[in-house]
Design a protein around this ligand. Structure first.
Ligand code: ADP
Ligand code: GLC
Length: 498
């Protein structure tokens, strides 16, 4: 199976997709599937990889430049293919943005290059002695892969996973020539979306099957309010049994008894360490000592996450004896809004602007509750991490939040998306905080939840098997990737694949 992604945690990550791309392929490999990942050779990635075996050349198409394909074996044994085109990927910044936060102007070419490389690998190009039996693409950056495969006649089944339908990769119609899109495909039955070229629409249209990251979100994207204009297409796919929701997992390293980033470890039956972690955070954020509950937020700071509701509810939360610790990065307006809120309550609300994995884990470990008033949330990883660390999530009942939080048992869900709705759930949390037995029981239940990747991997495996069974054989004879043994796990150093 070829896993096509624009982020992998540990190499280059902007959000949850990076975590998924690190966790899911490994879990699939543990099931005996021969998984290989393909991603762009960003400067940030190349700086972390000591040596790459360059396997071949990938031709350009229209304005999409040619690229080199490289192969690397990661420390965990995973084989990674890197698509190297210096003019597209050799620059400072995130996978999608400049260091100043603006989208790269040539993102259409950058991710068409990724998509085309994946399609080329599927067709046996790139000098690899390997072709996949299925291609699994993620989000809009991989969206043109199933389209290029269709136009090139590469008949291998494809899965598109939508991690967030709000990010679509839509570009001006004039770009279609440069992307090598056939005229006949610039059509409602193709890549066209309201007069523009849409990578996500293309993937959603051409993939053999579409998944998203929770069953509830799979239903929500068929509705006008959450389908971001693609609800009609999603309804069609759902009616043909070609849309499903599979909940993500989280990494095993989210273990409060062993996480090396935590100043103090703790267990469900011994929570002294949790209290000690809270004291460390209070001191670090210059909050006053308190016996009241600590509410944590670790989030990308974007409109989706509903943090304006927290700013509105802040007076109430603090007035009831609560404190709030926030770590986040994103939209400057939201950063300023939260900083202003914290300045109004210097002793009780602390905000750290930044992306910092150790600090994220410390805040979750220190918190009694985690606030997630997301307007929509395809899956969400933070609420699962929070439950593992006994930081009971208080969340809007949407998408994966509704699917992974057991209301009243492992957290608190609210339906009315407003600061009043959020506050009503917070009041339930304050009540639980005052009831020692209930709090202990809820923490135990939350921390006992298993959120590993094995369940998701089993569901994807079943889906792949079904699709492979239903498709004609690949265009050219190739070693059947599924039956090859998993590559051996090598030591800590990154090694070039043989
Ligand atoms: P999304 O992908 O929409 O941002 P998720 O909940 O799926 O939301 O995943 C977010 C992931 O990114 C979590 O693992 C979370 O800990 C991490 N994260 C978010 N913001 C930060 C931050 N400021 N610092 C460190 N990690 C962060
Ligand atoms: C997206 C979604 C988030 C999901 C993540 C991984 O970033 O916003 O809800 O958990 O992808 O699938």
């Amino acid at each position: 199976m070829l896993f096509v992604t624009s982020e992998v945690a540990g190499l280059a990550k902007a959000g949850g997709l990076g975590e998924v791309s690190a966790g899911l392929p490994l879990a699939l490999r543990q099931r005996g599937i021969d998984v290989r990942i393909v991603m762009p050779a960003y400067a940030e990635v190349m700086a972390k990889i000591p040596a790459v075996a360059w396997t071949g050349h990938l031709p350009g198409r229209a304005a999409v430049p040619a690229a080199r394909l490289g192969e690397v074996r990661l420390p965990d044994g995973m084989i990674l293919y890197l698509v190297a085109a210096a003019c597209l990927f050799d620059r400072r910044g995130t996978p999608y943005c400049t260091p100043e936060g603006a989208d790269w102007q040539d993102n259409h070419l950058r991710f068409a290059r990724l998509s085309l490389a994946a399609a080329d690998i599927a067709a046996g190009r790139g000098g690899l002695d390997w072709t996949p039996d299925i291609v699994h693409v993620n989000d809009w950056p991989g969206g043109l892969t199933p389209a290029y495969m269709q136009w090139d006649g590469t008949r291998i089944p494809t899965v598109l996973t939508i991690h967030n339908i709000a990010y679509q990769g839509n570009f001006d119609a004039t770009q279609r020539h440069g992307l090598g899109i056939p005229d006949a495909a610039f059509n409602v039955n193709g890549v066209e979306f309201h007069g523009r070229v849409s990578f996500l629409k293309a993937g959603s249209f051409y993939a053999s099957h579409v998944t998203t990251v929770s069953p509830t979100y799979a239903k929500e994207i068929t509705t006008e309010s959450l389908g971001a204009g693609l609800h009609g297409l999603m309804q069609g796919r759902a009616s043909r049994g070609q849309l499903s929701g599979i909940v993500n997992g989280i990494d095993e390293s989210w273990d409060p008894g062993s996480d090396p980033h935590l100043p103090h470890h703790f267990e469900p039956d011994d929570l002294d360490g949790k209290q000690a972690n809270a004291d460390v955070i209070r001191t670090g954020l210059c909050l006053r000592p308190s016996d009241g509950p600590l509410f944590g937020i670790v989030s990308r700071l974007v409109h989706q996450k509903g943090l304006d509701l927290v700013a509105e509810a802040a007076n109430d939360i603090v007035g009831n004896g609560g404190q709030i610790a926030i770590l986040g990065l994103g939209d400057p307006e939201i950063e300023h809004m939260l900083s202003r809120t914290s300045r109004r309550h210097r002793d009780d609300i602390g905000v750290l602007i930044g992306f910092n994995e150790p600090m994220a884990r410390r805040i979750v470990a220190a918190s009694d509750f985690t606030l997630m008033p997301s307007r929509f949330e395809p899956c969400g990883l933070t609420q699962m991490q929070a439950q593992r660390y006994g930081a009971l999530p208080i969340a809007h009942a949407t998408g994966g939040l509704a699917d992974t939080i057991d209301d009243g048992t492992t957290g608190f869900l609210f339906s009315n998306l407003s600061s009043d709705g959020l506050m009503s759930a917070c009041h339930r949390a304050f009540d639980a905080y005052d009831d020692e037995a209930l709090l202990a029981e809820m923490r135990r239940a939350a921390m006992a939840r298993s959120f590993g990747w094995s369940g998701a991997a089993a569901e994807y495996d079943a889906l792949y098997r079904r699709l492979i069974g239903h498709q004609p054989a690949p265009v050219r004879p190739s070693p059947r990737s599924r039956v090859q043994p998993a590559p051996p796990v090598v030591n800590d150093a990154l090694e070039v694949a043989a």
